[in-house]
Design a protein around this ligand. Structure first.
Ligand code: ZN
Ligand code: ZN
Length: 372
């Protein structure tokens, strides 16, 4: 599987007339090789030559054994020890990957994650280095998921849905957002996750009006809507789900915005099919909320791609006009946020299928009311 990915990367390097690619320990390296590393302070760089020969991996010696045992593609290793530093290993790797005349070659680098440390190290061994941004090139490859990736994301979804069910079953009026958050984190790990996709959000009452709320010690009270947004990481891939619940019977306006968000979520999912663009899916969801009179209070994009990262292409938003093919995974998460009052969001993870779209999340979407 990863050999196919490497072949596609090499094909893309040719298309973009690049001599090669240098990858940090990050999602792109995981995608290509199956390797997961902390982005530490020790230099780690995989140099991928466009000629199709095995990538050259400059790696701290203490990580070498694990990398060789777990990499899913053949690689040439250039380990370095703390006492000697990485310069020699990098010079040897660069000349193995790009030839002794590496001078002036053009490499794709991850502009969003590469640090000055890596750039200066590369410049020192490749005189007159020219660079291009690797991020969009790899994002285009990663956007369409293969069967193995989809199965892994579905497992991450099952884990978070099990955890969310357990969490909601334990919620009682009077608990604080932080207490609920802790229950949620524990439930996600207990259900089999490697970790949370991101710090979960428990936004209650007026705090639900902030889409990126940071959890507080506010206690859940009768009449509150509570937004629960959480995700599980499994096999390197993530899930991302939001449900909004009520503490006791919600007021008329809270009920009204919940129902609109529910309809908007359904409209967004229904608009997802092969050839639909992110802009079309966004418009389908947004139109429901606009027609309901709350258009000004839906203050973010309808969704974002998911995969190895919680936010990756495509954006489900106006201006995202590229037609989406089968296999693309993303969220549909409309919301309404009334400042100082309340808010609601319902988020599902979907995949474009051959003839429409399938929701990977299947957690019930009807408003659940927690009685005291
Ligand atoms: Zn979310
Ligand atoms: Zn999301």
């Amino acid at each position: 599987m990863s050999q196919q990915r490497l072949n596609r990367v090499i094909q893309a390097l040719h298309t973009h007339r690049l001599d090669g690619l240098a990858l940090m320990p990050d999602a792109n390296l995981t995608y290509l090789s199956g390797l997961t590393f902390h982005k530490g302070k020790r230099l780690s760089l995989a140099l991928v030559p466009a000629d199709g020969s095995p990538p050259c991996f400059v790696i701290p010696a203490l990580e070498h054994g694990r990398a060789e045992a777990t990499a899913r593609i053949p690689m040439r290793y250039f380990p370095w020890h703390d006492a000697e530093g990485p310069a020699g290993a990098l010079a040897a790797a660069a000349s193995a990957a790009f030839g002794p005349a590496a001078r002036g070659c053009t490499l794709a680098l991850e502009y969003a994650s590469l640090r000055v440390m890596e750039l200066r190290a590369l410049e020192a061994v490749i005189p007159d280095l020219r660079t291009r941004d690797a991020t969009p090139i790899l994002a285009a490859l990663r956007m369409v998921k293969d069967a193995e990736e989809l199965a892994t994301i579905e497992r991450a979804v099952q884990i978070v849905e099990t955890a969310l069910e357990r969490t909601i079953a334990q919620i009682r009026p009077g608990m604080t957002e932080r207490q609920v958050s802790r229950l949620c984190s524990e439930a996600i790990l207990a259900a089999g996750a490697e970790g949370e996709s991101f710090e979960n959000i428990v936004a209650s009452g007026p705090n639900a009006a902030n889409p990126h709320h940071s959890n507080t010690d506010r206690a859940l009270q009768p009449g509150d809507l509570v937004i629960l947004d959480c995700g599980a990481r499994y096999g390197g891939y993530i899930s991302d789900i939001t449900r909004t619940i009520a503490i006791g019977e919600p007021g008329a306006e809270a009920r009204r915005i919940y129902d609109l968000v529910l309809q908007a979520n359904a409209a967004g999912r229904a608009a997802a099919r092969p050839g639909a663009s992110g802009a079309e899916i966004d418009a389908a969801a947004r139109q429901v909320i606009e027609q309901g009179g709350y258009g000004a209070f839906f203050i973010h994009r309808t969704g974002h791609g998911i995969g190895l990262e919680t936010h990756e292409p495509p954006d489900i938003v106006a201006g995202s006009d590229e037609p989406l093919p089968a296999g693309v995974t993303f969220t549909v998460e409309p919301g309404i946020y009334l400042p100082g009052v309340t808010g609601a969001r319902i988020e599902d993870d979907v995949v474009i299928s051959a003839d429409g779209a399938r929701s990977l999340t299947t957690f019930g979407r009807e408003l659940r009311i927690i009685e005291g």
